[in-house]
Design a protein around this ligand. Structure first.
Ligand SMILES: [Zn+2]
Ligand SMILES: [Zn+2]
Length: 216
């Protein structure tokens, strides 16, 4: 599997173009905006898109999902159905945050922990990681040891929990119970900012490193 990050929207959200290197079939993860720029990159890399994957339904991650799915005739997989209220509010989210116009979509398939999403010969495991939003999911490729974690965990930080139906306690539980077991050598791409590894965050993250959590 290969991952190519395309930062989109004024929030510099990391839309990921992922594909199977054997078949060149791939998926878009979190196309939050700037669809023309995303499609130019898809063409440049010569990837044949099979589906759109969504970690959660904040505007910077899901803003262009409806438009792209319709334009390309692609199925939408994710997020978890607990994000329905955010999908319903995509138009209002776009107006409130001043992004390009957006609209709701109907996922072809809701996801939950234990599910698998596939493109080409790549299979990614789905884990349900609520806290930032209640329906947040992440995608994990155990072969390549790469995870796409959206706004759950960042290099040196964690997802905000002050937005509707966020919960800091639930977020920390998702991180320690769903992300830490993936393994210290797993690299992850976040919704914003630089890539990191699980091991690095367990050692250095000021919010959730082992030392900090042990003291609580
Ligand atoms: Zn978010
Ligand atoms: Zn975000």
């Amino acid at each position: 599997m290969k991952v190519h990050v395309i930062p989109v929207t004024r929030f510099s959200q990391n839309c990921s173009l992922v594909w199977c290197t054997e078949t060149k079939k791939g998926a878009l993860v979190d196309p939050g905006g700037e669809p023309d720029r995303i499609l130019a990159e898809v063409e440049k890399q010569g990837v044949e898109l099979e589906r759109i994957l969504v970690t959660h339904s904040h505007i910077d991650h899901a803003g262009a999902v409806a438009g792209l799915a319709e334009r390309l005739g692609l199925p939408i997989e994710g997020p978890h159905r607990d994000d329905q209220f955010l999908i319903d509010s995509l138009t209002e989210q776009g107006e409130r945050w001043g992004t390009e116009p957006s609209r709701p979509f109907v996922p072809t398939r809701w996801l939950t922990g234990g599910d698998t999403v596939s493109f080409g010969n790549v299979n990614m495991e789905v884990r349900h990681c609520p806290g930032h939003t209640p329906g947040h999911v992440i995608f994990f490729d155990p072969k390549q040891k790469i995870a796409l974690v959206g706004d759950v965990l960042f290099r040196g930080s964690v997802g905000r929990t002050d937005l509707p139906r966020g919960s800091y306690e639930t977020l920390v539980k998702s991180i320690t119970e769903q992300l830490w077991p993936l393994g210290n050598d797993v690299a992850f791409v976040s919704g914003h900012g630089d890539i990191s590894t699980i091991g690095n965050e367990r050692q250095c993250n000021p919010f959730v490193c082992d030392l900090v959590l042990e003291q609580e």
